[in-house]
Design a protein around this ligand. Sequence first.
Ligand code: SF4
Ligand code: SF4
Length: 175
Amino acid sequence: MKSFLDEVNRRVNGVLLQNCFHCYKCSSGCPMADAMEYNSNQMIRMAQLGQKEKLLKSSAIWLCVSCETCVTRCPNNVDIPRMIDVFREMALEEGYPPAEKGVIAFHESFLNTVKLNGRINEPIMIASYKLKTGSYFQDLVVGLKMLLKGKLSLFSPRTRNRTSVRRIFRRTSRS
Ligand code: SF4
Ligand code: SF4
């Protein structure tokens, strides 16, 4: 039977996690490290030690914003964002409830917007998230300020070939 580490490596399909020598360069550049109970270096160590349940139940795997700073800084090219995506996939497949409230609603809203437009449309994504969670007034003031400063666009452009994007979604969908 495959170990947890073997399965994560298979799904990451890149540099093996065993190549990490724990230099900590990834975590020291991570903008989310302070908010995570386990930083990227610790997550790799936990995967190496087979601490599957602890990892899949953590908030940390849902707090990564996929900025790729870690993989850019890593001397061994360990693909940490991809590794964290794998943890998320496994957590959902195996029924671990996400430790961060509303994260699935956000994830689905994000993906549905990309499926619809071929790229992200923030107002549609936010509206979809709010409908799913009922959090209509949360961040309203911040949203209005962003709109006034031109940080949110009501009319984001769409990708021309949206049929191809939908085909990718169909082919990679789990259901
Ligand atoms: S930067 Fe790379 S080698 Fe260093 S701890 Fe992070 S993943 Fe491991
Ligand atoms: S991709 Fe995730 S883990 Fe890596 S630096 Fe960004 S937030 Fe941190």
